[in-house]
Design a protein around this ligand. Sequence first.
Ligand code: DQA
Length: 172
Amino acid sequence: MSDEDLSEVTSQQSAQRSLLVLSGANLQLLGSRQPEIYGSATLEDHMSAARDEARGLGFSLESLQSNHEGDLVDAIGQARSVHAAIIINPGAFTHYSWAIHDALAACEFPIIEVHLSNPHRREAWRHLSVVSSVATAVIMGLGASGYPMAVRAAAALLDTQQLGLAEASTQE
Ligand code: DQA
């Protein structure tokens, strides 16, 4: 195997164990933003809990927060070759960003949509998520437990997928 082939295999293997957590508009304010709704944990607290959970399950985790829709669209497009799953809380983009919907629709791996609050218990305009129809699963209303739970869900889906592939290859 050439050095090039070897580095391709190595980067494919690390992509298989890498999760990307994306956070949308205003989530950088967590901790001080409406704590009665979103809790007192900061975004960094949530990411560090998610990273610990991922590490325990043998995954690495990268995260990005942006208030700009295009940044998230770019990150989703790039994730397709670098990560094995996306966990995304798009913030208010959830309710109207068809660009994020389309970017996620092009991903062929697990997508877990997370909300700290339960948008269905809130204003009517929050009841529509344009992301849910392209998400594999949605976790909402569980506050700080939501991110570690999303990591466990993504890891379980990926491990099941791997098991399926391994079983299929032994049957060939
Ligand atoms: C949110 C819910 C959205 O409606 C809101 O715009 C947010 C946060 C949540 O995590 O509960 O910014 O995604």
